[in-house]
Write a protein of this length. Structure first.
Lengths: 116, 112
């Protein structure tokens, strides 16, 4: 089975802190993603990466950055956490689909971040 | 841009009732369509998918048919169980890198 592991399930951070959310996948997937999930808004794409050291902005990249130094690991960074970044963060991965868009994306269990 | 609209919840049903959750989409190309399910406290799991028009995805008694003419991908199940209580997300992927555009989710509550 594909395994996408998020290192922290629950975090509480203070406003202004730098926050790292770590994600590891074990299936040699090329693509990795970070989504944010909020009630009434569904899931929104923050950033994705299609290769090591490559990254692309999603729909809501403001206030976030990412790092992909190794193929299996994709980190989401909140440079200076704010209360409006309190949310559930979901990491995901998939094989490179090329021109075909039907590849399945596999999700981790999520990280609940509270910024106080 | 791409978008997905699904019916708002919660949908409340009794066990063994018939389920329909409506989903329509807007896309510029020829997207693949997905239903994901999220059980309480967990991440998302793929429930079913369809990659071209008229395809039917099915899994665990759930079905959805890709209708290009109505741009829809409605989720159905003939007889729901309490264990089906979860949030269901309709999503599309249009183009490279498999990025998904999600609907807002529909909560399903099934009572005994």
């Amino acid at each position: 089975d594909v395994k996408v592991t998020q290192s922290s399930r629950y975090l509480v951070k203070r406003t202004g802190e730098k926050v790292f959310l770590e994600c590891v996948q074990d299936m040699d997937h090329e693509n990795m993603f970070w989504y944010r999930q909020d009630p009434g808004l569904g899931l929104r794409l923050i950033y994705f990466s299609y290769d090591v050291k490559m990254k692309e902005k999603g729909d809501i990249p403001e206030g976030y950055s990412v790092s992909r130094e190794k193929k299996e690991r994709f980190s989401l960074i909140l440079e200076s956490a704010s209360t409006n970044q309190t949310s559930m963060y979901l990491c995901a991965s998939s094989f490179d689909a090329g021109e075909h868009s039907g590849n399945t994306i596999y999700f981790g269990e999520g990280s609940w971040l509270t910024v106080v | 841009g791409d978008s997905v609209t699904q019916m708002e919840g919660p949908v409340t049903l009794s066990e063994e009732a018939f389920l329909t959750i409506n989903c329509t989409y807007t896309a510029t190309g020829y997207p693949s369509l997905f239903w994901y399910v999220q059980y309480p406290g967990e991440g998302l799991q793929l429930l079913l998918k369809a990659t071209k028009a008229d395809d039917k995805g099915s899994n665990k008694g759930f079905e959805a048919t890709y209708r290009k003419e109505t741009t829809s991908f409605h989720l159905e199940k003939g007889s729901v169980q309490v264990s089906d209580s979860a949030v269901y997300f309709c999503a599309l992927s249009d183009g490279g890198y498999s990025t998904l555009t999600f609907g807002k989710g529909t909560m399903l509550l099934v009572s005994p």
